[in-house]
Design a protein around this ligand. Structure first.
Ligand code: GLU
Length: 550
């Protein structure tokens, strides 16, 4: 009996060969130097920030080099699969314009290297596994859970390295006849790779981020198929898919770095070239005095949904992530303000290789504020409306009631060289403009009056102002000159220098007067430009609000 007999007993239905698949998925016909990258998430129901970080890198690598970026759904762990998970991944990529060139989505396959869903590639994996058995590099292992546990405690007792390797690999040399007998008797098994490595030896491995590493060879007979007739493990699917889909660059989390020896041995067993590996750092956050991994259980900001729901502009999220992807991005961006992030030349050597990539919410908020401040009123109107339509009914209604009024409010201190920077996210807009809407203005109970709180005095100031000094026709200069005249008329200093020299001579100064007007109209002591606010509110509404105070 030969290995071939064993392979036929295990996979009687597999009739294709590895060569058939190599011919079906030939080398891609791409320009010289073009790269092929993939984003390969497991459908867990979240789009993790770390995964999205990798997708951006995938896209950056292929951009400008006529390469291919494809999406592969790694659903071999069907216990963890969540329905609708792929929709979420596609909609996130779509939201940020990081769409793959090839993918499979809702019955539609785009690209010639699919299926792009691992559970639909079972026959392909099994063909490769069958081949491994035929050449004596894979075998069925009948070890039960108890047997494996015993092995582990025996190894721990003598302080040996734990695992299924060398002389501990009990079924590695089981005679073929016995293996077939067990299979025919219906015993359960998995398929293991037969390693030829030596853990005592090191080999050179080039990690694109970390540089040259010396890693111990793999000697573990690790599992490549999880149960009889089943799906492969990650290690084996990585080999088959990245070979047949002709991936040139594997961008994945650094948690896979320790599995590299396994992957290298698999690729070498087949004689396939090893792809370039970019192991991305863990995204970590500071917590008091320690630094820890962002966790999707503890940190809402660990999932991409958070940024969409909270109304961060997509450019801001990308720009922030770009600053942690490459340390020289910020400078490049400052020097090339009109270029898009995809024009940036990604350099894996400029990515943090140790200690993780520190996620800094304050920095993201700052970038977000800047990004919103640079939008035109029309852009902000469109973006905030799209956001509100999905996430904030109240803001949507307000915009629907009167788009022009909303646009005018957004335009306060906008489209200028020193634009307002008080809005961090779209979800922040209402907090900053509520006082421009009567019903919201009514609901707020507190007036933030500062120095002047006497009701009679406030009434005198507002009434005199409306009666003698306010006109909607005035330009900003005239408007301010009139406020100064109001000061002079009521015994307040219109000139700050004079006031400082002789404060006793006045009831207060021009700032106190402006504050009274501001608070009476908005209830707030701090707002953007008061002149613009008055222009938008208009005379009638101003009188109404001033009269409310008496
Ligand atoms: N499905 C793997 C994960 O979610 C992907 C690793 C890879 O990109 O190869 O971690």
């Amino acid at each position: 009996m030969t290995n071939k007999d064993l392979a036929d007993v295990i996979f009687p239905h597999i009739t294709k060969t590895v060569a058939d698949y190599e011919a079906m998925y030939p080398q891609r016909n791409l320009k010289e130097g073009a790269c092929v990258t993939r984003f390969a998430p497991s459908p867990t129901g979240f789009m993790h920030l770390g995964g999205f970080f990798q997708a951006i890198i995938d896209k950056l690598i292929v951009q400008n080099r006529d390469g291919i970026f494809y999406l592969r759904n790694e659903d071999t762990d069907q216990k963890r699969e969540v329905e609708g998970a792929t929709d979420l991944i596609m909609s996130t990529l779509n939201h940020y314009d990081i769409l793959p060139n090839e993918y499979q989505f809702k019955e539609k396959i785009v690209g010639n290297y699919g299926p792009y869903i691992q559970s639909e590639r079972k026959e392909i994996y099994q063909t490769f596994i069958k081949h491994f058995i035929e050449i004596g590099r894979a075998y069925p292992c009948f070890a039960t859970k108890e047997e494996l546990e015993e092995l582990r405690s025996a190894q721990e007792k003598i302080k040996a390295r734990t695992g299924y390797y060398g002389r501990y690999a009990r079924y590695r040399n089981l005679p073929i006849e016995e293996a077939i007998k067990k299979i025919e008797a219906g015993e359960s098994y998995v398929i293991r790779f037969k390693s030829m490595g030596d853990f005592e030896k090191k080999f050179k491995f080039m990690d694109e981020v970390r540089g040259l590493l010396y890693l111990p060879e793999n000697d573990e007979d690790f599992v490549i198929m999880k149960s009889e007739g089943g799906l492969p493990t990650y290690h084996f699917a990585h080999l088959v898919d990245d070979v047949l889909m002709r991936t040139t660059h594997v961008v994945r989390g650094e948690e896979w770095l320790s599995s590299v020896p396994k992957h290298v041995e698999l690729f070498e067993t087949f004689g396939y070239p090893i792809p370039k590996y970019i192991h991305t750092p863990l995204i970590v956050k500071k917590e008091e005095n320690s630094v820890r991994k962002l966790s999707k259980r503890k940190d809402p900001e660990a999932t991409m949904q958070y940024y969409e729901e909270n109304g961060y502009p997509k450019e801001a999220v990308i720009e922030y992530l770009m600053t942690i992807i490459n340390s020289n991005y910020e400078q490049w961006h400052t020097e090339n303000p009109d270029k898009k992030f995809l024009d940036f030349q990604f350099d894996p050597k400029k990515m943090s290789a140790t200690g993780g990539a520190l996620f800094d919410m304050d920095k993201l908020n700052n970038i977000s504020k800047n990004s919103i401040s640079k939008m035109t009123k029309e852009e902000l109107l469109e973006e905030s409306y799209a956001w509100a339509s999905k996430y904030n009914e109240q803001l949507k209604e307000i915009i629907d009631q009167d788009r022009n009024y909303y646009r005018a409010i957004l335009n306060i201190e906008r489209e200028s060289s020193k634009p307002r920077k008080d809005i961090t996210t779209y979800s922040d807009i209402l907090n900053n403009i509520w006082y421009m809407y009567d019903d919201l203005f009514e609901k707020e109970e507190t007036y933030e009056f500062m120095k002047i709180t006497d009701k009679e005095e406030i009434k005198k100031i507002t009434k005199t102002y409306m009666d003698k000094y306010f006109s909607v026709e005035d330009d900003k200069e005239t408007w301010f000159a009139k406020i100064k005249s109001l000061c002079d008329a009521l015994g307040y200093a219109s000139n700050m220098k004079e006031y400082k020299q002789n404060p006793e001579a006045y009831k207060g100064n021009v700032t106190d007067i402006s504050t009274v007007l501001r608070v009476a109209l908005t209830k707030k002591a701090q707002t953007p430009d008061l002149y613009e606010i008055m222009q938008i509110l208009g005379k009638d509404k101003m009188i109404e609000r001033f009269e409310k105070l008496s």
